[in-house]
Design a protein around this ligand. Structure first.
Ligand code: CP
Ligand code: NVA
Length: 339
């Protein structure tokens, strides 16, 4: 819910501030003011173990997950298909039953979304989706934290954690109809953020009907239980120039997600004209101060070096924020078993 997202982001922002302050040997009184006592971070995973079960490659999510468990005082176990039987020599059902009987939480990166649902249904401990073919929820929390940092409110130097301050922003997605976009669709309009999608023509790039239904359910819930922000508008086109008009943020991702490798040549053809460049943004009429975001890993196909390494680009803070948001989720779901 918007309230849960808000509360997780508050923790992520606090953890980041506390960690940075502690690492600068900040005096005890400031650490106390930041809500940190003996350690810079709550030791909510002390004596607990977390299984980080990944069937696909990862840099950011893996490093963020392992270090977050350690920072919260727990023990992470990284388990890949070459380490355990995971779906190779043992069913996911059996794996869920066995692993969840020995750990306090599972962070799972899987292929099909049904796999993470199956794990969650049959585990006795909370399961967090570390990426499935349909969704990548922890990425979108980091993106929200990054936007709060990039678009500060008022003259306060501290980062506002008030999500309402993002309402009215326009985010343009120029790219694939994939897991990252899907989570933006279910999260952003409920927070009042406008989303303009440009995806190529063709069956492979049509909107995911399950996701679209979830987005609409979320908006209906917002109507029943208003949060004070008007829902954001969502538009869908095949035209990057149309999507970037008046955009505050332009976001893209690889054109070839993990699992799509066999379609590489076809995809490179289908995405002609979709590379994010200064020229595209200017021609389409993005706001002069637009920012660039990308979950990484990045290929030059979807965004050129000029944009990717420019001052507009917030991709590296965005990557770092994977850690603080994942830490917030683990603290809450694995440390306290509450959301
Ligand atoms: N953004 C992201 O999930 O990166 P990794 O695949 O490296 O974890
Ligand atoms: N869409 C990409 C995201 C990687 C973090 C993939 O699923 O491969």
């Amino acid at each position: 819910s918007p309230a849960q997202i808000q509360s997780l982001l508050q923790s992520a922002i606090d953890f980041k501030a506390a960690s940075k302050a502690a690492s600068l040997s900040t005096p005890a009184d400031l650490r106390k003011k930041l809500g940190v006592h003996d350690s810079a971070l709550p030791q909510s995973l002390k004596g607990k173990s977390v299984a980080i079960m990944f069937s696909k490659r990862s840099t950011r999510t893996r490093v963020a997950s392992e270090t977050s468990v350690a920072s919260l005082g727990g023990h992470p176990l990284f388990l890949s298909p070459s380490d355990i039987q995971l779906g190779v020599n043992e069913s996911l059902y059996d794996t869920a039953r066995v692993v969840s009987s020995m750990v306090d939480g599972i962070m799972a990166r899987v292929g099909g979304h049904d796999e993470v649902e199956l794990l969650a249904k049959n585990s006795t401990v909370p399961v967090v989706n570390a990426l499935s073919a349909r969704y990548h929820p922890t990425q979108i929390l980091a993106d929200l934290q990054t936007m709060l940092e990039v678009f500060p409110t008022g003259s306060s130097p501290s980062v506002s954690s008030n999500l309402a301050s993002l309402a009215g922003l326009k985010v343009a997605w120029v790219g694939d109809s994939n897991n990252i976009l899907n989570d933006m669709l279910v999260a952003y309009p409920r927070l009042g953020i406008n989303l303009a999608v440009a995806a190529p023509k063709g069956k492979a790039y049509e909107r995911d009907q399950v996701v679209w239904g979830t987005m609409q359910d979320g908006l209906a819930e917002l109507k029943r239980n208003p949060t004070g922000v008007a829902s954001g508008h969502v538009t869908w086109s095949n035209d990057p120039l149309e999507a970037v008009k008046d955009a505050d943020v332009i976001v893209t991702d690889t054109w070839i997600s993990m699992g799509d490798e066999a379609q590489k040549e076809q995809r490179l053809r289908d995405f002609a004209g979709f590379q994010v460049t200064e020229e595209l943004a200017k021609k389409g009429g993005a706001k002069p101060n637009w920012k660039f975001m990308h979950c990484l890993p990045r290929k030059a196909d979807e965004v050129d070096d000029e944009v990717f390494y420019s001052d507009r680009s917030v991709v590296f803070p965005e990557a770092e924020n994977r850690k603080w948001t994942i830490m917030a989720i683990f603290d809450r779901m694995f440390g306290r078993w509450e959301l």
